[in-house]
Design a protein around this ligand. Structure first.
Ligand SMILES: Cc1cc2nc3c(=O)[nH]c(=O)nc-3n(C[C@H](O)[C@H](O)[C@H](O)COP(=O)(O)O)c2cc1C
Length: 265
């Protein structure tokens, strides 16, 4: 049995592609979330792959539109994007992973998204999902869904507001199903080796979220609530003090002496 839009046998396993937009690649906090998430998805029956954008060569979009007019569907630049894009359009679920950089996605991920221009056709048509609004048709129509994964340094969730707004808008413009977000404030520590044991509860929840996304198409409210629990006890002020201590100690290793405002003599 084939679905009309994607010509994929209905019983074929879902294929998930995760894009890691952290320049820290496998060592990143983003990757520490993607790992158990994809593990859970595989447990749910999906096949998975990760592209660490820091490991591939993807040049910035030239803005020339030749991918629309001269070589439809293909960028004129010779780099790794053609191979990645071929796999990207075949995935059923796309995971956009990015550290929060200045309240937005990383430059690596934005650069990647810019280079997806060839998957759109140039025509301006009425958006079938949002009557009255304009869009470009998908060159490779298929039922797709997307999830946002992002750690950040600050301990509050509200820092993610602009990033979430962007992805909600972007994914609905693409006409894909938006699966939501796994956001991790105070997430920098996820990449610290000394914390791995302390965070096993969190990774277990991420794994459950992955399995639920494949089996049920969504993350249960219980798991979502668990994923929003603080990684560290003591609240925001304690977290700030610890973070400041960490930065002072790290600077001291480089022979730099400095104190946060309020603690200067
Ligand atoms: C250039 C840059 C900008 C950043 N901007 C923010 C920010 O706006 N808000 C925040 O909470 N953390 C910010 N951070 C911290 C990172 O989001 C945080 O360290 C994250 O855990 C890194 O994830 P990664 O290991 O996956 O790269 C920034 C870090 C860098 C290097």
């Amino acid at each position: 049995m084939f679905s009309r839009r994607n010509c994929r046998p209905k019983e074929a396993p879902m294929h998930v592609m995760a894009i890691n937009g952290s320049p820290r690649k496998e060592r990143s906090s983003t990757s520490h979330i993607l790992g158990p998430l994809l593990e859970g998805m595989r447990a749910g029956g999906a096949t998975t792959e990760v592209v660490h954008l820091g490991q591939v060569q993807i040049k910035p979009c030239l803005g020339c539109f030749l991918c629309w007019v001269k070589t439809p569907g293909k960028c004129v630049q010779q780099d790794d994007m053609a191979t990645v894009l071929e796999r990207f359009v075949q995935a059923d679920i796309l995971i956009f992973g990015t550290p929060l950089y200045h309240y937005a996605m990383s430059g690596l991920l934005k650069n990647f998204i810019d280079r997806t221009l060839p998957i759109h056709e140039p025509w301006m048509v009425e958006d079938p999902h949002h009557p009255g609004r304009s869009t470009h048709p998908d060159r490779y129509p298929k039922d797709r869904a997307a999830l946002l994964v992002s750690p950040c340094g600050f301990p509050e969730f509200n820092h993610f507001a602009p990033l979430v707004h962007y992805f909600q808008f972007y994914i609905q413009k693409l006409g894909w199903r938006y699966l939501g977000e796994i956001l991790r404030p105070a997430g920098n520590s996820l990449s610290g080796e000394q914390y791995q044991e302390m965070f096993t509860w969190y990774y277990d929840l991420v794994r459950q979220a992955g399995e639920q996304l494949i089996r049920q198409g969504q993350i249960s409210p219980e798991v979502q609530a668990g994923l929003r629990r603080d990684l560290f006890p003591g609240g925001v002020e304690t977290f700030r003090d610890e973070a400041n201590r960490h930065w002072a100690e790290t600077m001291a290793k480089f022979g730099v002496t400095a104190k946060p405002p309020g603690q200067r003599g």
